[in-house]
Write a protein that binds this ligand. Sequence first.
Ligand code: UTP
Length: 301
Amino acid sequence: MPFKPIRKAIFPVAGLGTRFLPATKAMPKEMLTVVDKPLIQYAVEEALEAGIEQIIFVTGRGKAALEDHFDVSYELEDTLRRRGKSLASIELIRMPPGSPVYIRQQEPLGLGHAVWCAREVVGDEPFAVLLPDELMVGTPGFMAQMVAAYARVGGNLVGALAVADRETDKYGIISPGRREGTLTEVRALIEKPARGTAPSNLMIPGRYILQPEVMQLLGRQEKGAGGEVQLTDAMAQLIGQQPFHGVTFDGHRHDCGDKAGWVQANLALALAREDIGAAVRAFAADLIGADAREDQIARAA
Ligand code: UTP
């Protein structure tokens, strides 16, 4: 590959998860489970599948459960072994010694600030950023798709995902240029554009491949939408100086930072499982059937 490989990935997990209270009062949002696995593990597996070697968590207070999840659980392993039970379900989350790296973001000043907190570990290398509350389901995973795109064009890459026009004011939005296959040239980026002003309906989901120069721009600590240091604003300043593309995702995005999105993710992944899919499908069909019958009764009354 003519471009420096993507070996490091930052996982910003220091946010407060206020949209998910009370679940996130004492538990990190990233530890919410979808079926039987916490969100953070899906994201880490996606990164490892893409060839990432170093996992960097930007954490804050109250995230101890997340750190323990990626550590050895001596008592649990010992008990499982003594009872002759399989350790397969917990072996997957063992990390190579020295990884992950944990960095503190003392105050949640925004996503851009969280990424900047990892600047010393990233150094002079391109890196990936994955937001674990967005569950990306694809084969291969989205980060692997992005790394393959990076091998072709280098530079900076963000996900590009079409949303309904009425939703564009909630996201970072791409002003698109030329399109070629899954790649869209990025002409500008706007964080949460006011209604009716978005240059397209292509939003940036929480996956990025960035060049290290973005760290200097983040270091200026300029505040953007919501009074936070926005990653989108710093990335926007790289456009024109370095290649910048959006990558269309071949797969499904579930916004698990949102309650409805999280419930939908649970349902979608449960239905696809061999062990519980049939039971959940039967239950859902019953529920929908009962709903329809109640509607009919209400209409007839
Ligand atoms: P979100 O805005 O979705 O997360 O940030 P949040 O702030 O935790 O959630 P709400 O809006 O209050 O419900 C996207 C990602 O960036 C991280 C979050 O942990 C999440 O993974 N983040 C956000 C930080 O690490 N630090 C911040 O200052 C802000």
